[in-house]
Design a protein around this ligand. Structure first.
Ligand code: ACO
Length: 485
């Protein structure tokens, strides 16, 4: 069918139209990725060793068995909106980004407090004063994967014909709480915000990211009146590991199609994972090594004599095989220490933050002060959300001198903020969760939690009125004497 009017399906991505120097000559913008990022976690935690005693489980179950040291948690002063308000406000302030420079704002979360109104719409309060209401994007939800959906949507927008030359902002946050029982120590809370644009210091590789999505009832939240999920824990672990196998092998195939044959773990300087608990990540790194072993030909397998009895191992049948797990945990230990352990700083100290977990892992790796220079490093990232949705993608750290420093400067307070948190007794943690249970969907409601002990510049819930409208306030951005922050 012909038309005399303009062809609206024609690509309008013509660099000469906006004169933007971020475009490659005649093509897509170059080096699209993470320009800056920041993380927020609550200013209080419970010690996992004390929780073991409190819960009456054997010493080491949470700390060694799960690999968790501390768990961050929120009082009734914090909800998903306040967490995201805090992290976005901090990132804009720290980077001195004018709100009018943002053209797309995406939020990923599974902490749903409203079945219609998006968290993104609440964040628009931070843009009102600047007059910037031209901001695409809303929320994405699929368990712990929503943050990756927000990141990919942001990257895609910058690389698309819809891009108007501004930055995107991908935000993810969650409050992860479980009913009393074995899953409770695998909770956590926090938020991450990422500025996305061209000429970034952390560039997402093109054409190789790989996904695996399936219908699985492993972890879900069918009870709208509760913050707690329904969990089939063995199925969730199996689904996580089988998604990793699938994503890794699809990534390898896509890389091979682009001329990068034989990608293995050694092709990456680091590998960062969604972290439900740290021990699972160590097992996952071992799983990647198992995949590399399975992919070897006979001759190369024979050189690894200590693994000989696994030469015929079948991936699908090995998820619960303790011998395989043990052998490959030992085989991969050094690589785990070098490539993945540094990424567990936030995860072991805050817990599973759900959507921000994997980005907390990336931040941990960047601030870990690993002995080698970060310049030019290649980092693999595995994101998993129950239900299920998963992706494996890779990031190239810039080699350009001075280009990474502003991003690192923004994260330079992560370690000190972790140590500045207040330790709470297990009894206070349990009472706080009990308070949250009673307050879910209460209206009108006035939160009782302290605000004096929050980090400076933290947004908090001030009140909920009889029409369920939530009002927020912010703690002073200057140092507080009460908490010594
Ligand atoms: N010292 C050292 N290790 C110990 C001790 C001890 N005293 N006691 C137990 N352990 C070990 C166990 O041997 C076990 O090790 P293994 O994993 O190598 O087998 C580990 O601690 C866990 O103990 P279990 O008894 O097997 O499991 P538990 O009933 O405590 O539950 C679980 C752990 C399943 C992780 C639980 O916390 C949970 O359900 N979490 C939520 C689900 C989840 O995170 N799934 C992951 C993907 S989905 C997502 O991201 C939400």
């Amino acid at each position: 069918m012909s038309s005399s009017g303009p062809n609206l399906n024609m690509p309008t991505h013509d660099p000469s139209h906006n004169g933007d120097s971020n475009h490659a000559a005649g093509g897509w913008p170059d080096n699209v990725g993470i320009v800056a990022m920041d993380i927020y976690f609550p200013a209080q935690f419970v010690e996992q060793s004390e929780l073991e005693t409190h819960d009456g489980v054997s010493a080491g179950k949470y700390t060694v068995g799960l690999g968790q040291t501390r768990m961050g948690f929120c009082s009734d002063r914090e909800d998903i909106n306040s967490l995201c308000l805090t992290v976005v406000n901090r990132l804009l302030e720290k980077t001195g980004t004018d709100p009018t420079r943002i053209g797309r704002l995406e939020v990923g979360t599974e902490t749903i407090i409203d079945k219609s109104k998006s968290v993104k719409s609440v964040l628009m309060q931070l843009f009102a004063e600047s007059g910037n209401l031209d901001l695409e994007g809303v929320d994405s939800t699929n368990a712990c994967y929503g943050g990756t959906a927000a990141l990919f949507n942001s990257i895609n927008w910058v690389e698309s014909s819809a891009w108007d030359g501004r930055l995107a902002l991908a935000v993810c946050g969650d409050i992860a709480v479980y009913a009393a029982g074995p899953a409770r120590p695998s909770g956590g809370a926090g938020a991450v915000a990422m500025l996305i644009g061209p000429n970034a210091p952390l560039v997402l590789d093109r054409g190789v990211r790989s996904s695996h999505m399936e219908h699985v009832y492993d972890f879900y939240k069918p009870d709208m009146s509760s913050e707690y999920p329904v969990v089939d824990a063995p199925l969730s672990i199996r689904s996580y590991l089988s998604s990793l196998d699938a994503c890794y092998n699809k990534y390898r195939a896509k890389a091979a199609n682009r001329g990068h044959e034989n990608i293995t773990l050694d092709s990456f300087d680091a590998m960062v994972f969604h972290t439900p608990y740290c021990k699972l990540v160590q097992k996952s790194l071992a799983r990647v090594c198992l995949n590399d072993y399975v992919n070897l030909d006979k001759e190369h397998k024979s050189k690894l004599a200590h693994l000989e009895k696994f030469s015929e191992v079948c991936l699908e049948k090995s998820y619960t095989d303790r011998d395989v797990e043990k052998a490959f945990m030992a085989h991969s230990l050094q690589r785990f220490e070098a490539k993945t352990k540094p990424s567990l700083l936030v995860a072991t100290n805050v817990g599973n933050m759900y959507t921000p977990s994997v980005y907390g892992g990336l931040i941990s790796y960047l601030v870990s002060g690993c002995s080698r220079s970060l310049a030019g490093q290649h980092v693999a990232v595995f994101s998993y959300g129950s239900g299920s949705a998963s992706s494996l993608f890779s990031i190239r750290v810039t080699s350009e001198e001075g280009h990474l420093e502003p991003l690192l400067k923004c994260l330079s307070d992560v370690q000190s903020r972790l140590s500045d948190r207040r330790k709470m007794a297990p009894e206070e943690f349990v009472a706080t969760l009990g308070g949250r249970e009673k307050a879910v969907h209460a209206a009108p409601y006035t939160p009782q939690g302290e605000t004096e002990t929050m980090f400076p510049g933290t947004w908090f819930l001030a009140s909920i009125d009889e029409m369920h409208r939530r009002k927020y306030d912010r703690t002073s951005t200057t140092l507080s004497k009460a908490n010594g922050h």
